[in-house]
Design a protein around this ligand. Structure first.
Ligand code: G3H
Length: 497
């Protein structure tokens, strides 16, 4: 389905997907392509252009020029185009989902959900932008000591310029539009560098923006090898802001990027603290959903369960009973557990499992792997000297650490380098608030698994989990700066009632 019908122009005569620049689909002058391996078959599925630095330079120049006239395009018109793109994303959800299934082994229904959620995000962003960008502030000077009312200060939100958007493989469409839509509504232009796994789904998404009729040069999408164009993009002098979601590459990017605003989300080791009074059925359902959906390949997945010893056996039994019901197999069959994205990811996960085995963790299921497919695994009696207690597997393996006090749980959570989300299960709201306040994470969920959505909620990580806050409103604000104009009056002036 990918590359057919309305998407046919995306593919060159060699079957490689083109890159998008100045409103056109183009072949790279490099004559080279990058292969995308299907995680399920482990065979090449697609290929994308290996763009050159010269091509990046050109589209950066185009983005800079296009942004100047886009900033003068009325807000309602920008919103109108975004609504069109949103409708097209939903119209072509099956074609987009088909790519997600083949490139990143996302279960079929979840893949469709990602496309629909992306359309909704773009629409909401258009509406929110019209509201918040249509407002500024008016300040008068005589509220500050020593001043009379001789100065009127007007503030407005203005675009940053060219935004570089780098989404991760696990949501190559949704986490791309979560950057693209706020950037565009705020009057910026966009250069998108999708992940290699997920690039074709992202190109299909970009085509929906193309069909909506955005001006030439305003949106570009470049594909290629990180070694060739990675640093070149992130250190490019035309880039005015980087919005990145991914792993610790983001730390390296932030060190090299220079004096531009950064929005970074770099993963998490989200802890799930279970108190003695918790509803254990609710906790078990959330642990399984939070730990194993999309095979644990979510930055907000439950990545460590910290359960009070007195209820640990009961909780582990309930979780085990649910894990056994998870279906395992290809994404086309909409299985719960599908192959992880690459062989090296599977090898990394296996390394964590073997380390835990060697150090004496209790295996609640037998460890099983075929190719990139890893069966869901709950590891009980994990101790802090095991790697799995601290590292993100990004796979269907979930450690349980038994604790004897709430403080021990909070200490483990806060000793992590990460600080994305966490959750606590208790029927005592007072305890929940105290624990939430003590957990050093950007969000704490009470009686539910961690999650980024709904997409207008603020989403942020502390420590190595990121810089800045996302969510639709925060992203629009982040992609603007404040401009003030001060009117100086010759004499104090007061408006009378
Ligand atoms: O992987 C990182 C995503 O931001 C997680 O999003 O909570 O909607 O799965 P999600």
């Amino acid at each position: 389905m990918a590359g057919t019908a309305v998407f046919a122009e995306l593919v060159d005569e060699d079957g490689a997907f083109k890159y998008y620049s100045y409103g056109e689909w183009k072949k790279s002058s490099s004559g080279k392509s990058v292969a995308i391996i299907n995680p399920t078959t482990r065979q090449p599925q697609f290929k994308v252009q290996a763009c050159t630095q010269q091509e990046v330079d050109k589209l950066m120049d185009e983005a800079k020029t296009a942004q100047k006239s886009w900033a003068k395009t009325p807000l309602w018109k920008r919103a109108e185009l975004l609504h069109k793109a949103a409708a097209l994303l939903k119209e072509h959800k099956v074609a987009i989902a088909d790519c997600l299934v083949k490139e990143i082994a996302k279960p079929a229904k979840d893949a469709v959900t990602e496309a629909v959620r992306s359309g909704d995000l773009v629409s909401y962003c258009a509406e929110e932008g019209v509201r918040i960008l249509g407002e500024g502030k008016f300040l008068v000077s005589d509220s500050f000591p020593g001043n009379e009312r001789t100065k009127y200060c007007l503030t407005s939100k203005i675009p940053l310029g060219v935004i570089l958007a780098i989404p991760p493989f696990n949501y190559p469409v949704n986490l791309a539009v979560s950057k693209i839509a706020p950037a565009l509504i705020a009057g910026n232009s966009i250069v998108l560098k999708p992940p290699t796994q997920g690039a074709v789904a992202a190109l299909h998404m970009v085509h929906c923006f193309h069909l909506a009729g955005f001006p030439k040069g305003l949106i570009s999408c470049v594909s290629g090898k990180g070694s060739e164009i990675g640093d070149f993009l992130t250190m490019h002098p035309i880039v005015n802001c980087i919005s990145f979601t991914g792993g610790d590459t983001g730390i390296a990017i932030s060190k090299k990027a220079g004096m531009i605003p950064l929005q970074m989300e770099l993963g998490g080791k989200d802890a799930c603290i279970i108190l003695e009074d918790a509803d254990l059925d609710l906790a078990a359902s959330n642990i399984v959903k939070g730990g194993f959906s999309y095979s644990g390949q979510r930055c907000t997945a439950v990545k460590v369960v910290l359960v009070m010893e007195s209820v640990a056996n009961a909780l582990v039994d309930k979780v085990k009973a649910k894990v056994v019901k998870l279906t395992v197999g290809p994404p086309e069959d909409d299985c719960d557990i599908t192959p992880v994205v690459t062989e090296s990811s599977a090898n990394f996960i296996e390394g964590l499992v073997m380390d835990a085995k060697q150090k004496g963790a209790t295996f609640c299921q037998e460890y099983r792997r075929e190719g990139n497919l890893i069966w869901p695994l709950l590891l009980d009696n994990v101790r802090p000297d095991m790697r799995i207690a601290w590292e993100e597997p990004f796979g269907p393996v979930l450690p349980v650490i038994r604790i004897t006090s709430v403080e021990e749980g909070i200490h483990h959570c806060n000793a992590s380098n990460f600080g994305l989300q966490g959750c606590v299960f208790t029927r005592d709201i007072n305890k929940a608030i105290l624990i939430s306040d003590a957990m050093e994470t950007g969000t704490v969920q009470i009686n539910s698994a961690p999650a980024r959505g709904p997409d207008h909620f603020p989403f942020q990580g502390l420590k190595d989990s990121g810089i800045g806050s996302q969510g639709i409103t925060n992203s629009i604000n982040m992609m603007t700066k404040i401009k003030t104009t001060v009117i100086n009056l010759p004499t104090p002036s007061y408006t009378m009632g």
